[in-house]
Design a protein around this ligand. Sequence first.
Ligand code: KG4
Ligand code: ZN
Length: 346
Amino acid sequence: GTSLTILGIESSCDDTAAAVLRVEDGLPSILSSVVHGQAELHEAYGGVVPEIAARAHAEKLDICVKKALTQANVTLSALDAVAVTAGPGLIGGVLSGVMCAKGITVATGLPLIGVNHLAGHALTPRLTDLIAYPYLMLLVSGGHCQFLIVHGCEEFTRLGGTIDDAPGEAFDKTARLLGLPQPGGPHVEQEAKQGDPTRFRFPRPLLDRPGCDMSFSGLKTALLRARDTLIAAQGGLTRRDRADLCAGFQAAVADVLAEKTRRALGVYLAEAPPMPMFAVAGGVAANSAIRASLETVCAAEGAGFVAPPLALCTDNAAMIAYAGAELFAAGHRDDLTLAARPRWPL
Ligand code: KG4
Ligand code: ZN
């Protein structure tokens, strides 16, 4: 049998991560996955500060790599390759990761593989659920929102995506407007559980248009307006108001994602895939109401539904190692000319 042990490195946003993955006869297993978040460093600024993120990555990368190797109980000499996120993302962070990976490959002579962060997310359902190509994917996070038909580790068809904000960003802004902590998604979801989703009827933008494009910036404006109307009338927000606003907001996001998923499935299913599968990934996939509404659409349209475990839905290095392993098997190699790319569409 064949066996490949690969180190993955991720530092494109606000998580510093390293992981060791082994693929034995095509079966992946995560030997370690270390994620060092920076949330508390950025908390006071209400968003990720690129300069602070880059510095924190530079400080923590070596430590995360060492931890990942120790937890996996492997030494550098047991590795077959090093995979690193080479973009897209905040350039200072991506550069830190790429420099770290290059350093390791120079010292060891191991092959270097630059991985697109989005490909890492997009291939995660193969790592967690071993699903076959082609499958339809919704990548929905704080920075991304797009539908992809995944044909292979380097072959993606983009069907549409957000034309403005990503839903996670909208969740975060909603939380900020309502005085909830960051990152906002989980807090808005908690509030929404106690709320009435019908009290505020927020817009469902672009549902009247054909295609799979989405828009979420109008939603945030509508929420701001509803909040300010309440504050002007009563001098503040009650707990009930806050819960109802969150519930109305979340229902609008879920409706838009569900309807656009139904359309994307139509395009994908027209290709007559032998084993129709839909997968969702990205931080917003952690939202159980959104997961449930997507699962309902898949059941109705006749596609299987996969949602990787939360720890692998959000940024991590196991997904980068896995994408690196597929690229490695496909013969892909990089060298010291590998560039860090702030923009890198799939
Ligand atoms: O994938 P991710 O960890 O980072 C990137 O954006 O790449 O996603 C983070 C985003 C944040 O905006 C966060 O608020 C959102 O995912 N999120 C959620 C939930 N958990 C995290 N959004 C809605 N509901 C959740 N339960
Ligand atoms: Zn991500």
